[in-house]
Ligand binder design. Structure first.
Ligand code: SAM
Ligand code: SF4
Length: 335
């Protein structure tokens, strides 16, 4: 299906244009990262989650409304059966400049080449430590070697850009930031450090106690590397620095210490088909209900999406010390 580009129609009350959609295609995962999930998780029943056809249909609507970038995420998107066919279909939407993916890397060794062929331009891969035992502790089930093989397979497949995402927790992995950057430099890829966000109930730690700010990480890195600020051209919340003398950029995503909401250009489609207007608020519209009640009525779907822009909140209000936190996990949300 070929869709001609249109002028942006998704504009919210604060004048922000939405041109980026993140889609969680599954809440399931082969890992149980301590900041993302509890050890025992109850996943959603199949009837409650969007089918791949429904995801594709909604993605087409967004593309017709001016969205030019889609990120497929989860949960671990590569554990959902049929993901390659979905990527291939989305990869054929002419007006999409960028189809990108987030993954924990566990399946990349066997899938990287096919993902590239499907039209995915960039992959963000989670990696919080280079210590195998610690990796197992943080992910609870993950195998570091398998993920490293996945990263190398992705590198070999020749993606336009690869980036590591590291969530840094004090006294768990905060002493590893230098090694992680050195690994990124040696591998010729980028890296972003993320402050932990209070999404979903977890049982492994107190989020206040493990908070380690982006400023602290940057100060640690500057003991070893020379960092030079660069203009961010990805339109995202990362603030980027180039590591002088290398091809690597280091990004900081700081939901607590630096608010990035004024330039927010994104919305999220949850695995249940809710259009979530902000990661840190519950404002949402049930698109699954709309498409199941009005099958094949693309105009109705598009009108609902346009209307939804009116409830996009101005900014998130994360407070690590306050209860209740947001109960939805990052995995169901499209992190
Ligand atoms: N499974 C894939 C992965 O791990 O990259 C994609 C989904 S995961 C939810 C997307 C990103 O969210 C990962 O980089 C992960 O580290 C991050 N993440 C998960 N829970 C988080 C939290 N509570 N705070 C900050 N980042 C989180
Ligand atoms: Fe799975 Fe990614 Fe969440 Fe880790 S961060 S549990 S890999 S969805």
């Amino acid at each position: 299906m070929s869709i001609s580009p249109v002028s942006p129609v998704l504009v919210d009350r604060f004048g922000r244009t939405v041109d980026y959609l993140r889609i969680s295609i599954t809440d399931r995962c082969d890992f149980r990262c301590v900041y993302c999930m509890s050890e025992e998780m109850t996943f959603l029943p199949r009837a409650q989650i969007l089918t791949l056809e429904e995801i594709n249909y909604i993605a087409q609507a967004f593309a017709e409304l001016g969205v030019t970038k889609i990120r497929i995420t989860g949960g671990e998107p590569l554990v959902r059966r049929g993901v390659l066919a979905l990527l291939e279909t989305l990869g054929k939407i002419d007006s999409l400049n960028e189809l990108v993916l987030s993954s924990n890397g566990s399946k990349l060794e066997e899938m990287a080449e096919a993902i590239k062929q499907a039209g995915v331009k960039r992959i963000n891969i989670s990696l919080d430590t280079l210590d195998a035992a610690k990796f197992r502790e943080i992910t609870r089930t993950g195998d570091l070697k398998q993920v490293l093989r996945g990263i190398f397979a992705a590198k070999k497949a020749g993606f336009k850009r690869l980036k590591i995402n590291s969530v840094i927790l004090k006294n768990r992995n905060h002493l590893e930031v230098i090694d992680l950057v050195q690994f990124a430099i040696n591998s010729g890829i980028d890296i972003s450090f993320i402050e932990e966000m209070p999404l979903g109930l977890i049982n492994s730690h107190d989020r206040v106690e493990v908070y380690y700010s982006s400023d602290s990480i940057k100060a640690d890195l500057e003991q070893v590397f020379k960092l030079q600020a660069v203009a961010d051209n990805t339109g995202g919340p990362s603030v980027y620095f180039k590591v002088i003398g290398t091809d690597t950029r280091v990004g900081f995503i700081s939901p607590h210490s630096a608010n990035f909401c004024s330039t927010c250009n994104r919305v999220r489609l949850t695995v249940e088909g809710r259009l979530l207007l902000c990661l840190g608020n519950e404002h949402s519209v049930d698109l699954k209900k709309v498409i199941r009640a009005n099958p094949s009525n693309m105009d109705k779907l598009k009108q609902t999406i346009i209307e939804a822009m009116k409830i996009k909140p101005e900014q998130h209000e994360f407070d690590l010390t306050e209860q209740p936190i947001i109960l939805r996990h990052m995995s169901a949300t499209g992190g």
